[in-house]
Design a binder for this molecule. Structure first.
Ligand code: 5GP
Length: 154
């Protein structure tokens, strides 16, 4: 599968774009960051939106590029109640959409009043099209936090 590389600059611009849309359409009172890929955008978004609370959920699905298990498994569950909250779930990319499907279910189960999804990117075939997204590609995305551009000498 072809790869596309995103830079820190592009990511930061993208998170600002997501924040701008949210201010107009859906201001959350809680951000749920999906570990690991959603954590950096979730924290950045929280600061840009004015210190919105962040909770973390971890879901394990992909073992490696294109090799995956049948159903994503929650490895770190959400902590506490989400009663009456306006929640935005933040992840890096919606690919099959199976991860987001599981996270949406968990968030609703904990009592969230409204749930929206924000991703930096989506794949054209996903079954969960995020309410907010910036990039759309059928390529494998390499995020800047996955790269090791600096050579560390012993
Ligand atoms: P899904 O459940 O939507 O198929 O994918 C869930 C997770 O797989 C994403 O949150 C992400 O961590 C990983 N993933 C899917 N597609 C890509 C991609 O193009 N690049 C990277 N780096 N991770 C991906």
């Amino acid at each position: 599968m072809d790869k596309v590389y995103l830079t820190w600059w592009q990511i930061d611009r993208a998170v600002f774009a997501l924040a701008e849309e949210m201010r107009k359409k859906f201001m959350p009172d809680l951000i749920v960051g999906v570990a690991r890929g959603g954590l950096i955008p979730a924290v950045r978004l929280s600061h840009i939106l004015g210190d919105v609370d962040v909770k973390v959920i971890a879901v394990k699905f992909y073992k490696d590029i294109e090799e995956h298990m049948e159903k994503p498994v929650v490895t770190i569950p959400l902590h506490g109640s989400l009663d009456g909250k306006r929640v935005v779930i933040v992840d890096d990319v919606s690919d099959t959409g199976k991860t987001l499907e599981v996270v949406i279910e968990e968030v609703k189960k904990l009592g969230a009043k409204e749930v929206k999804v924000a991703c930096l990117s989506m794949k054209p075939w996903t079954k969960i099209v995020p309410d907010f997204y910036v990039f759309r590609t059928d390529k494998w995305i390499v995020f800047p936090w996955e790269e090791f551009p600096v050579v560390v000498r012993e």
